[in-house]
Design a protein around this ligand. Sequence first.
Ligand code: ADP
Ligand code: MG
Length: 237
Amino acid sequence: MRSVRKTFGDSVVLRDVDLEVAPHTVTALIGASGSGKSTLLRCANLLEEIDDGAIWLDDEEITHPRADQDAVRRRIGVVFQAYNLFPHMTVLDNITLAPRRVHGVSRTDAEARAHELLERLGLGGRAGEYPDRLSGGQQQRVAIVRALAARPRLLLLDEITAALDPELVGEVLAVVRDLKADGMTMVLATHEMGFARDVADQVCFLDSGVVLERGTAEQIFGDPRHERTQRFLRRIV
Ligand code: ADP
Ligand code: MG
């Protein structure tokens, strides 16, 4: 992202945001509620239109007016705080719907990929269940499988553990660790500072729509430079 600016009416929600994410790395966005983390992720996935600046994925400027937005979104997986699974559809149908209906993948191929991912995320045997038969942690893992089904280049995770009971947070974070070990490129907004410190290669502290401070997890958590970062971390850790 280069000099990204996003406004809603009169309020500037992202201000001159520069962000570079290297392949196979994890970037954690931290900051108070309302600091712009979700908006940044939504802009990255073209769910929100930016007012100024530009965003590239690999070598393509995805915010270019002529960019193929559907093709871009296929290369970016997203998981939100609330799992947003369709309650009337089985786990398997939830996962294979977009690949089959939107991306033109055959049922056989879509289901093979879904089963492979379910197995990998510890959900083998759950394909025929309906979401309400699963725990919150399992549902969120299904949502991650769904995001991975299209083999995205980049995964955006927006507070994916925020709606979970504390005892279910660990199993979802373990999945993120495994994906990192496999080399998945991820940008995640999180309030789990211990997790961010553990998993992130790069940490960005957002304050009122500005990336106030960025660095390695070690720098940001061990030796934050900015007084506001220090205050935020003191309050939350
Ligand atoms: P965070 O995820 O860090 O909590 P958000 O990106 O959700 O922050 O919100 C940043 C700011 O943008 C907040 O002040 C929020 O009220 C505002 N905002 C977010 N989405 C909208 C919207 N669709 N319309 C108007 N304001 C919005
Ligand atoms: Mg948010």
